[in-house]
Design a protein around this ligand. Structure first.
Ligand code: TXA
Ligand code: MG
Length: 335
């Protein structure tokens, strides 16, 4: 058990945390998407400890967080015109670009791939931490592997107290779901993980068609399991799961609402504790921001079951549904 320091996000504390990172220690920190669990991305031993602290499979590569364009140039052998346009439009921000990597990045960081995911977060604490530590920071989401991503400092404390050297405690994350991951190494860019930066947003910037990994949001019946090989390693694992079983209701919104209310009453009569997630009247950005926190609240309330209403899979709705379907283990009820 490590003696985890809980650090409010003051300048002195960020300096202290940066020293810890530079010494090869583990520090959880806020970003605009979700909290990250950081280590020096160029220190294989430090990155190895991140996998251990999370209980994460070691073939699942880390996103490398940077604070400047100079950092980007140091990590990748060349920069294309498309990459430039993406940086101009979306950095700092919730976008991770998969690009070729330079050999200086250890295999432990990239899961042995010849590419690396890089992102410049839009959060002053994160940017200051990276700049002061003097190295790029490898950081997966700061949750135990398989759990919902942490969007509130307390979520990180709940999962990682005793497993990391320090946690920088800051405000709640404003985006709430993880960054859009886009592979920039092919002829056409391809979205490997959807986030609040959507296919349409990227197409508007690049002026060309952008692909989306066809396995995203596929239902089990739409795929032979042998064929299910998502391009981003992290998308294949059990993910984002609350303790309570979760059921997603799909169909006409009014029917869905009625079916959830009926199911809730039925189960409560049997003495079950039911949490219903209805998003009517909630805009997509807010649904994304609150989604993971709602799952963790349901766990804290000791829910026996979570009943969730599906939302239309357009724009950010596609990204929220990507998380919801995984959280529920594709447990879907059509109404
Ligand atoms: O918003 C975020 O991206 C957060 C914050 C902390 O920045 N980080 C995050 O990291 O979500 P993580 O490790 O939970 O998810 C990283 C995703 C995984 O699905 C991983 O497989 C994929 O990015 N990934 C990373 N490097 C890759 C690569 N070289 N090729 C394909 N996928 C990659
Ligand atoms: Mg994660």
């Amino acid at each position: 058990m490590l003696n985890t320091k809980l650090l409010p996000d003051t300048t002195e504390n960020i300096e202290l945390a940066a020293k810890l990172i530079a010494e090869g220690k583990l520090v959880a920190f806020p970003t605009e998407t979700v909290y990250g669990l950081g280590a020096d991305a160029l220190n294989a031993e430090a990155v190895g400890k991140v996998y251990a602290a999370k209980g994460r499979p070691s073939d699942n590569p880390m996103i490398v967080h940077i604070a400047s364009r100079e950092d980007f140039v140091r990590l990748t052998p060349y920069i294309t015109e498309d990459m430039e346009k993406m940086m101009d439009a979306f950095w700092p921000g919730p976008l991770t670009m998969i690009v070729p990597r330079k050999p200086m990045i250890p295999d432990t960081t990239t899961g042995g791939l010849d590419t690396v995911g890089i992102r410049m977060p839009d959060h002053l604490v994160a940017l200051e931490l990276i700049a002061k530590s003097g190295c790029p920071i490898a950081a997966p989401s700061a949750n135990l592997s398989g759990k919902p991503s942490p969007t509130v400092a307390q979520h990180v404390v709940d999962d990682l107290d005793g497993r990391v050297d320090a946690i920088i405690c800051s405000n709640d994350c404003q985006v709430g779901i993880e960054s859009t991951v886009i592979d920039m190494t092919g002829e056409r860019p391809m979205i490997l993980r959807p986030g609040i930066i959507t296919k349409q947003d990227v197409e508007a910037v690049l002026g060309k068609v952008v692909l989306v990994d066809p396995t995203l949001n596929q239902r089990p019946e739409e795929r032979g399991d042998a064929e299910f090989a998502p391009k981003s390693p992290g998308m294949k694992y059990k993910h984002y799961a609350p303790n309570a079983p979760m059921l997603v209701f799909e169909g006409d919104p009014d029917d869905v609402r009625a079916a959830i209310i009926e199911e809730k009453i039925l189960r409560e009569e049997r003495g079950e504790k039911v949490v219903a997630l209805l998003f009517d009247g909630t805009d997509q950005r807010t649904a994304a921001q609150k989604f993971f926190a709602q799952l963790r609240e349901a766990d804290k309330a000791d829910a026996d079951v979570i009943l969730a209403a599906a939302m239309p899979e357009e724009g950010i709705g596609f990204s929220v549904m990507n998380r919801m379907l995984k959280s529920a283990g594709y447990n879907i009820k059509k109404v």
